[in-house]
Design a protein around this ligand. Structure first.
Ligand code: IVH
Length: 666
């Protein structure tokens, strides 16, 4: 491309991507797929990289986060960022409304909008370009968080059209509930402390010195007001919100123009009823007098405007006592501390229990039994204990003792590196049994036809099953005693259970539900070990030699195998007739390699040894470890050692990878 057209292409792409960002974030109406967008973005990134003279600090590619800072600079707001006064009841709000009417007369409009539970910021756009972004701070002076704000996808680095020469736009930085949960999940996994709520997570993210971290946090900005503005005039708040969109700034969509007290009360109720289903947290509505002239007339009191008010929803927090902490074993063996509380009403719901997530969180809260605690409800999920009121301590509070063994089955508990959770290692732990059994019976595991979730629940409810192996003790008569089970369907089930005894090693290993062992790993383990007994005897070292089995997976397998309850259960399954086989797997006599024995040595050009072995077995051949007179073929790769010599001495035929493939393709 000639230089001038490269420059044009870069500018064209910048504009095009900005347009798509606008359509996606502001209008909520994207017109291209994510793939197409990513392609444009990559092209721009590449062009800018190879032509740095045309890369602009305002390009949409600059949203990935720049260099880390040492500390934040201070920024003085040109006009103070005020706060809102709150009302909590209809009576209180009616008084505010009457005052408005007293000053403004009967006809005035109010804009109702959600009150976001986020972090207030101010963005300064000079000649349409984002110059500075700062936190509210004490209202007069905040911190310069420009680099982090630039990474927010919905924040344009330059405004679109007809924008003011100077614009100080104010809004709320938030983290969507879904992204908050994903972030905490990921932090729990890597053992980092959890954020108590989306607000704290948003605040923590925007105050990151490393903009690359902020860039990963999926923050959002909703604009809801201004500081100074020059070059454009607006006469009302409503008009301003519309102009924000024209300039490319995102606003919420829930706002409404309201002209009577009853309309405001209905708006309050409507938004409150939507609260739990909104993708972000709100804690009330904000009501603002629409006309700027009217706003001026009402003026300010202390640090708050008289023309706006926050009408908050009923408290979702309550104060109560912590009676006890119990430990629950979840479906996957994760052991979670749960707070048992003196019952308290929070936002119209009686709360008796609250989640404590994990040991780290309990320590971080500094929680003790007998403490007075603050509990918080958000949506329909189990409430959280958010803080301890230390002033209420009497000295009689007791330490919380974490169990050393699984509370359900007394097996060992492990806490793996990088994980905040403690887990029970017993696959047949009663607390995990139903879930484990569903997996054990499933199509891709033991494939017990007809034994679905309903049956498993029924069998467990009737205490007919205590282990996976109990399945093989069931008889038709016992099954028939269960609700509405006829002779025929009972027999069918018993037959299916019996059929499952003949299975393959990979299915069996997958069925056991060993943590991190999915279908593919199970197959690689089966291929590598060839038999259940060899797998059971596997040393640490040998496990790490299995393809794709890294230290984490091998650790989980070892933990699994070192739990005596798991070994006993495997023994029981075998005693009851379960026969996982592998060597004979696929030896239908029909494969092209049927009856042939192979040994593989050295490094093959494209297949790993395990893959080559799988290929041979899939075609009916047998793979062994050492060369003997029974060996039909030695598959040889680079750096072959003693096996090659032995094969040569015994006159065993040799193949390279291409030869093997040719043999298979017939
Ligand atoms: S307007 C002077 N609108 O609430 C009025 N604020 O206590 C300035 N907030 O610091 C604020 N949602 O962070 C306004 N729709 C909304 C809001 C909102 C949340 C926050 C804002 C402000 C605090 C005021």
């Amino acid at each position: 491309m000639p230089p001038s057209s490269t420059k044009q292409r870069i500018e064209g792409l910048q504009k095009e991507i900005e347009e798509h960002d606008y359509r996606y974030y502001v209008l909520d109406k994207p017109i291209i797929s994510d793939e197409k967008y990513d392609k444009l973005f990559k092209e721009l990134q590449q062009l800018e990289e190879s032509n740095p003279q045309w890369a602009s600090p305002h390009s949409p590619t600059q949203k990935v986060g720049g260099k880390p800072l040492d500390k934040f600079k201070k920024v003085k707001h040109s006009r103070p960022m005020l706060s809102l006064q709150n009302v909590y009841t209809s009576e209180e709000f009616t008084q505010v409304f009457s005052r408005w009417r007293d000053t403004l007369g009967a006809s005035f409009a109010v804009v109702g909008e959600p009150k976001f539970d986020g972090l207030a910021v101010e963005l300064v756009y000079e000649n349409g370009f984002l110059a500075v972004a700062s936190t509210r701070g004490d209202g007069e002076t905040g911190e310069d968080v420009t680099e982090n704000v630039k990474t927010i996808k919905s924040v344009p680095l330059r405004l679109r059209e007809n924008f003011p020469k100077l614009l100080e736009v104010r809004g709320e930085i938030i983290l969507m509930k879904e992204d908050f949960e994903a972030l905490n999940k990921q932090r729990a996994k890597s053992g980092e402390p959890l954020f108590a709520n989306p607000r704290n997570a948003a605040a923590g993210s925007i105050r990151q010195l490393d903009p690359k971290i902020a860039a990963q946090r999926k923050l959002d900005l909703f604009c809801h007001g201004i500081g100074s503005m020059t070059g454009v005039t607006a006469t009302s708040h409503w008009e301003l919100l519309k102009l924000f969109n024209v300039w490319g700034l995102r606003t919420h969509t829930l706002y409404q123009s309201l002209t009577s007290l009853s309309a405001i009360e209905s708006f309050y109720k409507k938004v409150e009823s939507q609260r739990d289903s909104l993708p972000y947290e709100i804690d009330g509505i904000v009501l603002k007098i629409n006309s700027f002239k009217d706003q001026e007339e009402l003026g300010f009191v202390a640090r708050s405007p008289r023309w706006a008010i926050a009408y908050k929803f009923k408290a979702q927090e309550g104060i109560t006592e912590l009676h006890d902490v119990v430990f629950q074993v979840g479906r996957t063996g994760v052991i979670t501390p749960v707070a048992v509380l003196k019952p308290v009403w929070v936002g119209g719901v009686e709360v008796k229990r609250a989640g404590l997530h994990n040991e780290d969180q309990v320590r971080e809260l500094g929680l003790k039994i007998g403490d007075t605690v603050v509990v918080k409800r958000a949506g329909d999920v189990i409430p959280d204990v958010v803080s301890v009121i230390e002033d209420k301590r009497t000295g009689k509070e007791k330490k919380i003792v974490f169990p050393k063994h699984c509370p359900a089955c007394h097996s060992h508990i492990v806490r793996n590196e990088g994980e905040a959770a403690h887990r029970c290692t017993n696959m047949a732990c009663p607390a995990r049994l139903a879930e484990g059994l569903k997996h054990f019976c499933s199509k891709r595991a033991m494939n017990i036809e007809g034994l679905g979730d309903k049956w498993i629940d029924l069998l467990q409810e009737n205490k007919l099953i205590t282990h996976f192996s109990s399945l093989y003790d069931l008889d038709k008569e016992t099954v028939m005693t269960l609700e509405r089970q006829g002779d025929k369907s009972a027999q069918k089930l018993i037959d299916a259970i019996a059929r499952s005894k003949e299975t393959t090693l990979d299915r069996f290993l997958f069925a056991l539900g060993i943590p991190l062992v999915g279908e593919r790993t199970a197959e690689l383990l089966a291929t590598h070990f060839g038999s259940l007994s060899a797998f059971m005897k596997a040393s640490d070292e040998e496990l790490t030699h299995v393809e794709e089995v890294g230290p984490t997976v091998s650790l989980r397998i070892r933990q699994f195998l070192s739990e005596p309850k798991n070994r006993d259960e495997i023994d029981r399954l075998i005693k009851k007739g379960v026969q996982p086989h592998w060597e004979s797997h696929n030896q239908t006599g029909l494969g092209l390699l049927a009856g042939k024995t192979f040994v593989i040595t050295g490094t093959l050009p494209s297949l790993s040894r395990d893959e080559a072995a799988l290929l041979i077995r899939q075609n009916g051949g047998k793979v062994t470890n050492s060369v003997s007179k029974q060996t039909d073929f030695l598959v040889v790769g680079d750096d072959a050692g003693s096996k090659l010599q032995k094969a040569q001495a015994l006159g065993v035929a040799q193949l390279d990878e291409a030869g093997l493939k040719k043999l298979i393709s017939g």
